[in-house]
Design a protein around this ligand. Structure first.
Ligand SMILES: Nc1ncnc2[nH]cnc12
Length: 405
């Protein structure tokens, strides 16, 4: 295929219509890196003159800006939503299904995006064949189911176990994620990565050694066993969710656009909301919500505001998590989530007047150390640039060249 044919094909692209397949596109049904290499070679001839160092730097800064922004969404969203969740349960909120619902129901705040979106200029994303409707449905339903399952299991676990025991068990998320990433995302285990996984797993584990008065002993044995099983299953489901999300970006969604990111959040949250609502009504908890609102210690308005802000914060968290997978990998996304766990007890000292203990400081130091170790590994991977699974900068590079051609 000649360069002019490729450009023509790109210019023919219409966001709402699938692009016709041809010889060139037949090569595309392979891992995204393979495709990019191919496209990169095809474009070399006419694009080289645009490859200025400043353009590369701009691209790199933009990418790091997005990674930092998504990380802030994760850290802020998780901390604020967890503290609001604790406020809800402290002030006589009681519904576990409501606890799960607020984790997924905030997605309508993203709907204005579909109205304000301007038509995108032609890019390399335009010539990628669109995934079929059935493949997309399969991705959104599977992710939505996993999101709903994770949310319910973790809320159940947290309601049956002392917070510190729950933190201990959820630290296994990273191990589950690493396990699934090995099979689904071909992750290579290097010494820095293993060091990071060990430190980030030990860090929240330390929270279990807090003085006795912070650990509730009211939990019955039955509750404890139920909470333990739910927390382990929730952590496994979360690890699987992250790896499957990364796999879906590489194998099915392929495109590198904000639209794809928003679509994933909106559709998976819609599916998760439907499943959670079914659970809320089937369990009979829906009938008790009116009473719960009336009995909320801070009043009805406060009840509604707590749940609404919590839903918004969880939505920010979800955007951050999926955005980080989109820009980097599921393991980096999860590392930032785990990094945020020891921050929450610090915030609880300010907001709920919890006591400060040395163990919380050590936990945070280990989390930061583990995270820096991961970041260093990530930096090495970036430098060699071959291990990077979704090579966003590569796509952007080609996009820029298309835009200028
Ligand atoms: N698909 C997803 N992957 C990872 N974390 C998420 N949080 C919400 N949705 C998610």
């Amino acid at each position: 295929m000649t360069e002019s044919q490729e450009v023509e094909l790109c210019m023919d692209e219409n966001e709402t219509k699938p692009v016709e397949n041809n010889d060139f596109l037949n090569h595309i049904d392979q891992p995204i890196n393979g495709f990019l290499n191919h496209a990169d070679q095809s474009l070399n001839g006419f694009a080289n003159h645009t490859d200025q160092p400043t353009t590369k730097n701009r691209r790199r800064y933009r990418r790091w800006f997005l990674v930092i922004l998504y990380a802030v969404f994760v850290l802020f969203g998780q901390a604020a939503a967890t503290l609001l969740g604790r406020f809800y349960f402290d002030k006589r909120g009681n519904s576990k299904w409501m606890g799960s619902l607020i984790q997924v129901v905030g997605f309508p705040i993203l709907l204005p995006y579909y109205c304000i979106r301007t038509p995108a200029p032609p890019t390399i994303n335009s010539i990628l064949p669109k995934p079929s409707a059935s493949a997309l449905a399969l991705v959104y339903v599977s992710l939505g189911l996993l999101v709903a399952l994770t949310g319910y299991l973790e809320t159940l676990g947290l309601s049956c176990l002392p917070a510190s025991t729950f933190a201990l068990i959820t630290s296994s998320r990273l191990a589950f994620n690493a396990f699934f990433s090995f099979f689904f995302n071909s992750v290579k285990f290097t010494p820095y990565l293993i060091n990071s996984l060990v430190l980030l797993t030990i860090s929240p584990t330390l929270l279990v050694f807090q003085p006795k008065n912070e650990i509730s002993n009211e939990n019955s044995k039955h509750n404890y066993v139920l909470g333990f099983i739910a927390s382990v299953a929730g952590s496994a489901a979360y690890g699987l969710l992250l790896s499957v999300t990364q796999l879906s970006f590489v194998k099915v969604l392929k495109r590198n656009t904000i639209r794809v990111l928003i679509d994933v959040i909106v559709y998976e949250s819609l599916v998760a909301t439907i499943f959670t609502l079914v659970g809320l009504f089937a369990s009979g908890e829906a009938n008790k919500l009116q009473k719960e609102m009336e009995e909320f210690e801070m009043g009805k308005v406060s009840y509604l505001l707590t749940l609404s802000f919590s839903a918004i914060c969880w939505n920010l968290f979800n955007i951050g998590c999926v955005g980080l997978i989109f820009e980097t990998s599921s393991l980096l996304s999860n590392s930032i989530v785990v990094l945020g766990l020891p921050i929450i007890p610090f915030l609880a000292v300010f907001f709920f007047h919890d006591k400060m203990h040395g163990i919380k400081v050590i936990s945070l130091v280990l989390a930061v150390w583990g995270f820096l170790s991961y970041l260093y590994q990530y930096y090495l991977d970036e430098k060699s640039s071959n291990d990077h699974i979704i090579s966003t900068s590569k796509i952007e590079e080609i996009n820029d060249q298309f835009g200028k051609a």
